[in-house]
Design a protein around this ligand. Sequence first.
Ligand SMILES: Nc1ncnc2c1ncn2[C@@H]1O[C@H](COP(=O)(O)OP(=O)(O)O)[C@@H](O)[C@H]1O
Ligand SMILES: [Mg+2]
Length: 290
Amino acid sequence: MYLYLIEVLLFVINGTIFNLFDLTHIMTEAQKTLSGAVRERDTSFCQEADNKTSVLEVDSLKKVFSNNGLKVEVLKDLKCLIYSGEIVGVVGASGVGKTTFLHILGTLDRPTSGKVLHFGEDVFSWNDTKLSKFRNKELGFVFQFHHLLPEFSALENVMMPCLVAGESRAKAREMAKDILAETGLEKRFDHRVGQLSGGEQQRVALARAMARKPGLLLADEPTGNLDERTGEKAAELIFTLNKRYGTTVVVVTHNLALASRMDRCIGLAGGRAVELDVSELKDFGVGSIS
Ligand SMILES: Nc1ncnc2c1ncn2[C@@H]1O[C@H](COP(=O)(O)OP(=O)(O)O)[C@@H](O)[C@H]1O
Ligand SMILES: [Mg+2]
């Protein structure tokens, strides 16, 4: 009964609400496609450059918000490529549109215009049902505030995406235990979220995002709410997961230590994206806050 309640009530995974009709589809698709830690993907249609395969292509991206009739053009003409397996930082001053950009990459918000291709697929041409299935299967999210479910244990929180995807309770437990152990929380399985420290909560959030081994992990200021030492541990974990599972990672951060270790950094300014050198990070607000 308890399990049933969890499955039915908790469609709020990664900030996304799934509707009940998606569930059968999600279950079938997930069972078909979950085959081991890293799934094979058809990348024949993706752009190749210097032996790298693009998993994400963004072109002429525009996002305009309307606030009480006042239009704010946050993203104007943003273009970038993200390659398979890399870990990329997104930096820029506060209010420049980093979260907006990440939400669009994660299909949590639609662009005003422009192109966003995931594995060569124009995801915004899909309807909401197909989009939410894709999101559940291929994307993992970590936010500055963890958005875990406080009434549930660490293990139950991490099991959620697996249960929603149609895994049996036993399999979901196994997947959740494995990834939680990977984050160093094997002694905290049964702790409620509220009984964990900030750093531990963020590690649970990372474990939840990685529970189904998504192809792309999107993290919005994952160390922004943590003290320096705890932030370092969370950052280390992101690098470990990137290497261990080959997950492509995009991280919004103001943290200089974290940004300097990225494969590369993209800076946002004036609604556009520029490729940055480490020496330029400070000009983009990096290091000013954690
Ligand atoms: N849902 C929204 N409606 C209206 N304006 C928004 C919305 N989301 C973000 N904005 C505005 O877009 C700008 C960029 O916000 P955001 O992407 O959160 O910036 P950053 O993450 O770089 O600090 C801000 O001016 C913010 O007020
Ligand atoms: Mg933000």
